[in-house]
Design a protein around this ligand. Sequence first.
Ligand code: GLU
Length: 299
Amino acid sequence: MPYRGRFAPSPTGPLHFGSLAAAIGSCLDARAAGGSWLLRIEDVDTPRMVEGAAEAMLRTLERLGFAWDGAVEYQSRRTAHYLAAFERLKLAGRVFACACSRREVADSGLGPDGAPRYPGTCRRGLAPGRQARAWRLQVEPGQVCFDDDLQGRICQDLAAEVGDFVVLRADGCFAYQLAAVVDDAAQGVTHVVRGADLIDSTPRQIFLQQQLGLPRPAYLHLPAAVNAAGEKLSKQTRAAAIDGQRPQAALLAALKFLGQQPPQALAEAALDDVWRWAIMHWNRDALPRCRSAAAPAGY
Ligand code: GLU
């Protein structure tokens, strides 16, 4: 099957170094394999969206010389597809309405990693007088495993570690897990290359693929960029916006972060030459095999 990769940023702020590393890693892995590379704006989580952020991200990617195949896909235009998948799960009796608030779930139990684990409160129906808020997918005991192309074998027992998870949120938005799985399948994505901050989502996405009868892409989770305090770069941690005026510098920093060894002379080269070098020399074996790594100074 021809390689189809994608970059799927959430437009919650400007493109930062962490998203740049995921963008360049996914793009180069696709291009080096002679594959296509798609761009999908994950603007499904409407309350977190920032006006104009998607446009700004696209402009920055263009200034950095990224070239994607086809039109940009926007999740905000794909609600009907998420609804259809949700209806299929509902028809199969796999989802249930849940009345629990976030606070109630957090108070009732933690999984082994300290994250809240849903204890199954509403699995067998709502208690009298309780209002349905979100819809959850029933998980099953047992390990969900996959072989990550960089991180090796990853297993998670969804029932023990996560619990039944939300697919349709109380605010009416479809959950990231459902939207990403539906879109990866609809776009024919064969390879998901993204930051390892999302690695814990992958077993949930694989479980959803199984429930919906969708194909499973190959996964490669790159190290996620963290700041000096060890926090993932994000808008919340005030990550700096990538400076589109200095594209060579930003691309070289991201290549080095991914273990590639671009010659310093490329800092002065034409943007096309940087890309040509990067595609020709893309080396998966040089990728740091860790879940997070420090972003370079200045990012
Ligand atoms: N939208 C997600 C993010 O920006 C990435 C989703 C994915 O690559 O699956 O963190």
